[in-house]
Design a protein around this ligand. Structure first.
Ligand code: HEM
Length: 445
């Protein structure tokens, strides 16, 4: 869209778009949206077109699904259409507010420097520990298993090696599961319980994590400015960011930075790992090729699993007046409005056959069929533009290492049929709508 062609379009206000507001005042369309967001947006699109305004629970959500509309959403700068403020609005229902204040380490900082060797080593060590704990044979549930694996792999990367010691890891996993911010968009219906209990459970979990980090930090020598003797990995960078503080402030600062990074990871990583395993188990020929060593195929399966199972709403809060352009008009968006598209709607419909799993859709991280799309932003795994996921490479490495180890070390027999995505989910990679049990037995060398 050139500035010239945008200028020739009629300028409208957000309220001029078709409005979807439901029959009950204040509740509006909110209930139908929460029931099954993907189906709601798809139905609404078919009924009123690709750009519309949804009103419910006091929110006004300007939704775009057309090629120009989605492209325009991704291009809006943070200062005008904020992802940070929108995320805060969604997570604040679940996460204790004190966690957001005073953070010094953000995932971008950790992943900007490519400590690939070190993080791969930490990831492999974490997988070894978790798989050793499975014993010779038994049954796992794919998502529960990958959740534990991702906790271990994440903490081994940014939580310090001491966090993964047997005496600590179980307590940390329980606390992180209680704190899990992704519950606010995986199970939005549970927000009321969290609110009604004053986030008691979540605050207790945060206190537990802080007390474990007090123990860990008491055992470690100070980080050295020249790096000599430091633990390789992200944890010492978090520690270094708090070097000028002492006592409780330092412990709390470090613990909360670890929690903040880990919560970002909990939204997506384990679910993407679980779908990759599930899709491979459903396709014995692909599984055999991966087991024979085709790592590139395994990575393509991971990207394709994320594409197909993405349930992310892409949400922005308008902070300054700005314009959103679709094929017909240029809409003036005012502060207070939210702007959204949803990946699960466009990822599976933007070209024929995208509702099916096909690893040929990817070459490395590249979506091969981008040219067939009316707009390249209509398909996304890790986002686009300025907000592209800083942990994308890390995550694909984590999925490759975990899945490969699982397939090499165990015979796996799926005990599930045809799992689909959880319908109510409105963010992150889908959780499954049923248990995905897998029987395993250790392979002999
Ligand atoms: C398979 C795993 C993952 C998937 C599919 C994924 C997906 C995404 C997507 C789609 C976005 C853009 C969202 C938007 O613009 O609204 C994003 C951003 C982000 N992701 Fe990930 N992510 C994954 C793993 C992780 C992990 C492991 C971490 C942290 C350790 C992380 C931290 C972040 C952060 C901090 C952002 C915000 C970037 C920004 O606003 O500039 N992600 N991710």
């Amino acid at each position: 869209m050139t500035a010239e062609s945008a200028a020739t379009k009629p300028v409208r206000s957000a309220s001029d778009a078709p409005r979807v507001s439901g029959a009950i005042p204040w509740v509006g369309a909110g209930l139908a949206l929460l029931q099954d967001p993907t189906a709601f947006f798809q139905r609404t699109r078919e009924r009123v077109g690709d750009t519309f305004l949804v009103e419910g629970f006091g929110y006004r959500l300007f939704c775009v699904f057309s090629p120009e509309g989605v492209k325009s959403l991704w291009a809006l700068p943070e200062a005008q259409a904020s992802k940070g403020v929108a995320d805060f609005g969604m997570l604040a229902h679940k996460v204790p507010a004190e966690l957001f204040a005073g953070r010094r380490t953000f995932p971008h900082m950790l992943f900007a420097r490519e400590d690939v060797e070190v993080y791969l080593e930490n990831l492999a060590a974490a997988v070894d520990l978790e798989l050793a704990s499975l014993g010779a044979s038994g049954e796992i549930e794919a998502f529960a298993h990958c959740r534990r694996l991702a906790h271990r792999m994440g903490l081994a990367s940014w939580g310090g090696r001491a966090a993964t010691a047997p005496a600590r890891i179980e307590r940390l996993i329980a606390a992180f599961d209680a704190l899990d911010s992704s519950e606010s968009f995986v199970h939005p219906e549970r927000a009321f319980r969290t609110w009604a209990t004053g986030k008691r459970r979540e605050k207790a979990a945060l206190a537990t994590i802080e007390s474990i980090y007090a123990e860990i930090l008491a055992e470690l020598p100070a980080v050295s400015p020249d790096g000599a003797g430091n633990e390789p990995g992200f944890f010492d960078r978090i520690r270094a960011a708090w070097q000028d503080e002492g006592g409780e402030a330092r412990v709390r600062g470090i613990a909360r930075d670890v929690v903040f990074v880990h919560m970002g990871s909990q939204s997506n990583l384990f679910a993407a790992m679980a779908w990759t395993l599930v899709h491979l188990l459903e396709r014995p020929a692909l599984l055999a090729a991966v087991r024979a060593g085709d790592d590139a195929l395994l990575e393509r399966c991971a990207h394709e699993s994320i594409r197909l199972r993405q349930r992310s709403i892409v949400l922005r809060r308008i902070l300054k007046p700005c314009e959103l352009v679709d094929e017909q008009a240029s809409y003036r968006l005012e502060p207070g409005l939210s702007l959204a598209t949803m990946m699960s709607v466009t990822n599976t419909t933007a070209a024929p056959g995208l509702d099916r799993f096909d690893p040929e859709n990817y070459r490395g991280p590249l979506f091969q069929r981008a040219r067939e799309l009316p707009g390249k932003e209509l398909v996304s795994t890790f986002g686009h533009g300025a907000h592209y996921c800083p942990a994308a490479r890390f995550s694909i490495s984590a999925i490759r290492i975990a899945t490969k180890a699982m397939l090499e070390r165990f015979e796996l027999e799926p005990r599930f049929r045809d799992p689909g995505p959880l319908r109510r989910q409105i963010g992150g990679v889908a959780r499954a709508d049923r248990p995905c049990r897998i029987r395993y037995s250790r392979r002999t060398e």
